[in-house]
Ligand binder design. Sequence first.
Ligand code: ADP
Ligand code: MG
Length: 720
Amino acid sequence: MSTGKVTLGSPVTALYGVGEEAAKKLARLEISTVFDLISFIPRRYNDWSDVTSIECCEEGREISFLGTVTTAPVRKGFKKQSPVAFYVSDGTGRIELSYFNAPYIIDKFMVGDKIFVHGTVSYYGVHAQIVNPFCEKAASTDELRLVRPVYHLTAGITSNMINKWAMTALKLVKDQIPDIIPESLRTSENLCSAAEAYEWVHAPSSLSEAAEGRRRIAFEELILLGIGMKYFMATGGPDEVAPIVIPTSKLSPESANRWKTVIGNLGFNLTGDQKKAIADIQHDLMGSKPMNRLVQGDVGSGKTAVAILTMAMAAIMGKQSVLLAPTSVLAKQHYDSACALLKNSDINVALLLGKTKASLKKEIKTQLREGEASVIIGTHAVLTDDVQFNDLSLVIADEQHRFGVKQREKLLISRDGSDGINAVHNLVMTATPIPRTLAMVIYGDMATSVIREKPAGRKEIQTHFLPYTDGQDIYNVLLAKLRKNEQAYIVCPRIDDDSEVVAPDEFYFDDLLESVNEKPEAVSVKTMKKRLDDHGISSQYETAVLYGSMKESAKLEVMERFLSGEIKILISTTVIEVGVNNPNATMMMIMNAERFGLSTLHQLRGRIGRGDKQSYCVLCSDSKTEQALSRMKLMCECSDGFELAGKDLELRGPGDFFGTRQHGIPTLRAANLFTDAPLAKVACDEVNKLFERGGKEASDLMGNIGTMFRLRFADKMGTL
Ligand code: ADP
Ligand code: MG
């Protein structure tokens, strides 16, 4: 408990009643500040205001009624676990209310009390009862709040807790919420005030009031996203850049030869979509405006080749470029690909990682400064202040959403001219199939190239479901592949049996949580390793483990041995999810597959099927929940990411595929990015109009949007 003033940005622990333990759990719901708490709006409401009578007590029916206590609450039995029960009647009948684990009920109600009851009717024999109902003393429903918010939850946190804390928070900070909706929009859309909106979503007197509050907050979110992204995380500006590529027909013979060498090194023909993407990029690079392009392509569609060819183009024109990867494993892999592709072309490639030795780093930095290396590949280590370039003109970010916001800002700084670099071209590669309307809101004016076509000769990955996580089949399937000298991944949702957090990105979704609650144990990397040891598999086939918290050097070493074919089975967490490329790995088993959302499963599966051999993905799960099974079924039926996302959208709304943080698409709490895209446009246009007029109103609004953007989104984006 802090004694200072509680502000929107205060940690939740500043609130009375929220301790460190609760804060940890709330963090899983992406709630860390007071503002997070009040903007964490319910996912739905239970409306208990439809009051009936006891005679409507059919088995399984949820009812609300007003009645009178007719017997004193007593413990039914002698055990500590025995329930406390009493009768109520309302003139139409009488029913027993039965409470488990609630001894305080004995003192709470007495004969003659008028009460309001809500709960689900059940029967034992002919005897009707309600187990653990909601029950309050009340003669009428007037003073009761009967529209009850239901929130997204995580283990150990209930809707009541969140609601209580949110209301506590709101009392303290409601006068501090800056208004980010222009007057004109407020009037034209008939929106309530910010303070009202937050009050109404957490404590509505009716469903329509809740809906009104949500509508206002949706507008806020869309403005923050649309305007905030543009002004506070802008990737494109009005800057001029020098064109870096001239049409290939006009290349000098020497340059043309170098380009030919590179193309020759490819060892395959580019797909039509790859060629189209490269042509789009080439066109952008020839313009005087900085390129701001997104290359979207499903896993395995060959984005890396596009990236490296783009860098080769720049290099041949005498310019430097940087390829940023989110992990060192991935950077190293891109480096190897680049070296192979650029061999004999007289283009120097440099690799710069956080863990690169100081002496070597110094040497590489000199190369970058002197312009000796023109293709630079690295993690965000490249972005530290003391790295200087000779003539940087292109920055490519692979899976850019995985970079933290600070690093993204850094990317922008490196193009503001202050360090001798003028505007650079910007290319982003992503495997997320973002719909167009959405891309416009998130990326503003970014142009898009889509790679849909898979490289020739690829066999469709076959995905199968095994309804258990232990059993001989698992080993048989595995051995069949290994005997052919192919390699396998086994993905487990946690590192060891003590590590608790499992696929944390996805805890947001109730149905995933449901699967987790259904069976809390999950196979860990270490357990799996032991099982393979016990089955004698490890003694025949080299087996190794890989997970995020291992030392960088150890990770790289394991990856290297796996890529070289020495390690046959790699047991890992989702660290391998992005980018890892080993075409000889043709088998992936995903343990406790119910723990992962569709997008993660698909991304994981993208690690196989990267060569011309038939690949198999086996989803192992003991789950019996319908949600989990339908997700598995979809995975088995559908191997294309775009199609999968589309079907998922159809089936379950935007939640699963796009809702997760891992796509860098922030989780919206009130707005639905898919259905509300037109709303977003209206809202953002209105704000932009105001900005154009300028003046105090505009600068105040800009300030408020900046503040709220940081509170709501910026500090949350990109975690790795
Ligand atoms: P991603 O789009 O997931 O980043 P990669 O760029 O890693 O995909 O490519 C996956 C694999 O496909 C790599 O082994 C790469 O060499 C290969 N590849 C890329 N383009 C082609 C192509 N046109 N024909 C054949 N193989 C290709
Ligand atoms: Mg890739």
